[in-house]
Design a protein around this ligand. Sequence first.
Ligand code: ZN
Length: 184
Amino acid sequence: MILPVYVYGSPVLRRDAEPVPSDYPDLKALVEDMHQTMRASNGVGLAAPQIGLPLRMFVTDLTPHAADEPKYADSRRAFINPEIYEESDTEVAIEEGCLSVPGLNEEVWRPESIRIRWVDEDWVAHDEEFDDYFARVIQHEYDHLSGKIFIDRLSPLRRTMLRNRLLTMSKGKYEAAYKTKQGK
Ligand code: ZN
């Protein structure tokens, strides 16, 4: 089921998300809905707060890029109750966008690689290192779980320049080629 994506200005995007309980009903169905929603909007990552659920989980799928980068063939994943516990000192600037901030793309500095532990939709524990674009997607989605949006990481000057555009967006004036929603 394709769900609407909550857009900038929705309070759920600013909340601290809660851990997912191990007996959460229909967790696999929720993961599948998130994958479908992400695919329908051409996203590579989607966090639960973006569909209005303040839960600590997100999905990723970089397989559309796997033709160029074979290492992304295994990137269709669900990260539940994740914890980034190591970050590289080296930071890189990569352009990011967000399904919750339609039409805006900005270069953001973040650590180049990370280590993260999480459980998947079968509640199997994982612990892996990620780098490159996959690390970027994970860090972007992970931020959503503590109410952060990528624009928070821009320079004060850049944020000031975008202020009116974001204000307009929060009032419901934006265009998106996928199902969106505001409020909650
Ligand atoms: Zn996002």
